[in-house]
Design a binder for this molecule. Structure first.
Ligand code: SAH
Ligand code: SF4
Length: 427
């Protein structure tokens, strides 16, 4: 989401005459787009700001801003005398950035952190940064109404708003015309996408189908789905379009009903399992990935074992795994004890990671000997004799470049797998 937001910011500033530079010493404005989801994400920014002191020393007129979730969360606390911060702008105030810069230039530090009920940046055509020219993100909604007790997102990104479907289809169509071949529709909970216009309502399945109909050569992905409202209708839509990728990111967080309740996830272990069964039944060869939190408030060894057993049962192809980190202002911080000692959190996280490594290896091995349609995204990091791309199931495949072009679809026979990638040959 922050990548997509940075591209919106770049577009807004570009309209005001700014260009992007790769050389920090050449910059007249430096913006750090930030995340508040866990403390270490914020720590990185504090360290970065300290490091920027030397840039400021070399170039006293450079303007430095903190934007994004940390700006929204900490506001004026970011403007400390010993740190070089001139501008603070939250996720809904990017349109005011050109003005904030001008005001900061003539004197004081400027802050705009007002959350909006309607801002979607729908009319802004993002300026693609660091693009491979093949894949792009499209934000379809902003904010979140779910109030999971551990999560800071609803406080720093505000309430849920969906973007006009016409502007989404227009953006995807333009990307396709420019040669892009894959778009990922993003939001905190894409399943609750909702648009109502003169009697017609459009939910996420309808939006997804509309984007898929732009062209069979345009692949469509999406993230993230909240399990509580993953509908059969959505699964049927995914199954009926070849160009909608067969991969669902479905964060489970915990396998214990007691913990899921304390997290306010609004589903049970059984509901989650039922959704996985529905995916397997409705979509042929769909991969599933997840997010897991280890050591949430009051989690017992037995609750942790429930997470491990659910992971084993579900056979996730991939997972993002975290230790619970208490965030100030959340319901968990206010009303639940962060009582799992750090060494137990670490032990449980390691058990989760080790198990997932085994499950991921099994999932990759199952691809060996199969032919996959791969969208070529770029040259392999190791050698320009090799290209890489992803399968519909979102697995990375490396193969000899031969005469292939970036942005082309190729068929690859998978011959081997390492812990992170599949390797194969063109057929
Ligand atoms: N909207 C998405 C998740 C966005 S945050 C969803 O609900 O599925 C990405 C992930 O960060 C979450 O799924 C969760 O696993 C993790 N996370 C969020 N808050 C956290 C916290 N306080 N401590 C540890 N992990 C957290
Ligand atoms: Fe956070 Fe829950 Fe919203 Fe995801 S659904 S962003 S975890 S509050």
């Amino acid at each position: 989401m922050n990548i997509a937001d940075s591209e919106i910011v770049a577009s807004i500033l570009n309209e005001s005459g700014y260009d992007v530079t790769r050389d920090i010493n050449e910059a007249s404005l430096i913006l750090l787009n930030t995340c508040s989801i866990r403390e270490n994400a914020e720590q990185k920014i504090w360290n970065r700001l300290k490091a920027l002191k030397s840039v400021r020393k070399k170039n006293p007129s450079v303007m430095i801003g903190v934007i994004g979730c940390m700006a929204e969360r900490l506001k004026e606390k970011l403007i400390q005398n010993d740190l070089p911060v001139d501008i603070v702008a939250g996720p809904d105030s990017y349109r005011s950035l050109p003005d904030l810069v001008i005001e900061a230039e003539i004197g004081q530090s400027r802050i705009n952190v007002m959350l909006s009920e309607s801002e979607t940046y729908a009319d802004i055509s993002p300026l693609r940064l660091d693009s491979n020219g093949v894949t792009a993100f499209i934000a379809i909604m902003r904010g979140c109404n779910n109030m999971c007790t551990y999560c800071v997102v609803p406080f720093v990104r505000g309430s849920e708003r969906s973007r006009d479907p016409r502007s989404i289809v227009k953006e995807a169509t333009e990307l396709f015309r420019k040669g892009y071949r894959e778009v990922t529709l993003i939001g905190q909970n894409v399943n609750s996408y909702f648009w109502k216009d003169t009697g017609e309502t459009i939910g996420f399945p309808e939006l997804l189908a509309e984007v898929a109909r732009i062209d069979p050569l345009l692949r469509v992905r999406f993230a993230t789905s909240h399990p509580k409202d993953l509908s059969d209708k959505l699964l049927e839509t995914i199954a009926s379009y070849d160009n909608i990728c067969k991969h669902i990111h479905l964060p489970v967080q915990s396998g214990s009903n007691r913990i899921l309740k304390l997290m306010n996830r609004q589903y049970t272990r059984e509901w989650y399992m039922n959704r996985i069964e529905a995916i397997r039944k409705i979509i042929l060869e769909c991969s599933v990935s997840t997010d897991i939190i280890a050591g949430f408030c009051t989690e017992t060894e037995e609750n942790h074992k429930d997470t491990l057993s659910l992971m084993e049962w579900a056979g996730f192809d991939f997972a993002y795994m975290f230790k619970y980190n208490e965030r100030p202002g959340t319901k968990a911080a206010e009303s639940l004890p962060d009582d799992v000692p750090d060494e137990i959190k670490t032990k449980r996280l390691n058990e989760i990671i080790n198990l997932q490594n085994k499950i991921s290896a099994k999932s990759k091995k199952a691809d060996v000997g199969k032919i996959h349609r791969v969208l070529v995204e770029g040259y392999s990091k190791r050698s320009t004799n090799f290209l890489y791309g992803r399968t519909s199931q979102n697995k990375v495949v490396v193969f000899p470049a031969e005469n292939c072009q970036i942005g082309e679809y190729v068929n690859v026979m998978v011959e081997k797998c390492t812990s992170a990638t599949l390797t194969g040959r063109l057929i």
